[in-house]
Design a protein around this ligand. Structure first.
Ligand SMILES: [Zn+2]
Length: 192
């Protein structure tokens, strides 16, 4: 993407300003879009100003005519990545900033996280629905009531304190519970 940008930059410059033999490009304008950037260049040796280059893959709009520019797909990828770890947006931002890389604003991160979380819940519901159909089929095949599910569970939680004033796990930032359906060995994970 970056190499394409420089090739196009050179081509456009040389076509429009053929007399400028020693181009010297500098950033004319930079616009941040979460973790993505849009750049416009100028040549200090002539009057050339480039088009705006989009240095990220764009996400298609949710519906035709949706206002605003197309979203940067990387902002949503970041939200997916953060959700697969226990660190959360604030700590992810700290990690990215520690590399001296500008991160998305908290508002953008929160907006992307909300949308990714909604999609994840939908995906999980569909997945759980498929598993329930499997259990039902297995029960019917074994002559058991269709809606009977036997599970074994185990859970754990992370907590900065050993004790809680109310009950164990009440003060946890996150908790994970696993359930195994005994009939057909399906593993279910529940993450709070
Ligand atoms: Zn020039």
């Amino acid at each position: 993407m970056t190499v394409d940008m420089f090739n196009k930059l050179n081509d456009t410059h040389n076509t429009n300003f053929p007399r400028c033999k020693k181009s010297n490009f500098q950033i004319y304008k930079e616009r941040k879009q979460g973790v993505g950037w849009r750049l416009t260049f100028k040549c200090v040796k002539c009057k050339f100003i480039s088009q705006e280059f989009v240095l990220f893959k764009e996400k298609e709009k949710d519906y035709p005519g949706q206002p605003g520019p197309k979203a940067a797909a990387a902002n949503y990828s970041l939200a997916v990545g953060v959700m697969s770890t226990p660190m959360g947006n604030a700590r992810a931002s700290d990690v990215i900033h520690s590399l001296n890389v500008p991160c998305s604003s908290p508002t953008t991160m929160q907006k992307c996280t909300k949308r990714v979380a909604k999609a994840m819940v939908q995906l999980n519901d569909e997945d759980m629905g498929d598993k329930l159909v499997e259990v039902e089929k297995s029960n019917i095949a074994n002559g058991k009531p269709a809606n009977q599910i036997h599970i074994s569970t185990d859970g754990r939680y992370s907590s900065a304190n050993i004790t809680s004033t109310k009950k164990p796990g009440q003060n946890a930032l996150s908790a994970v519970m696993l359930a195994i359906v005994q009939e057909i060995n399906i593993l279910w994970g529940i993450h709070y």
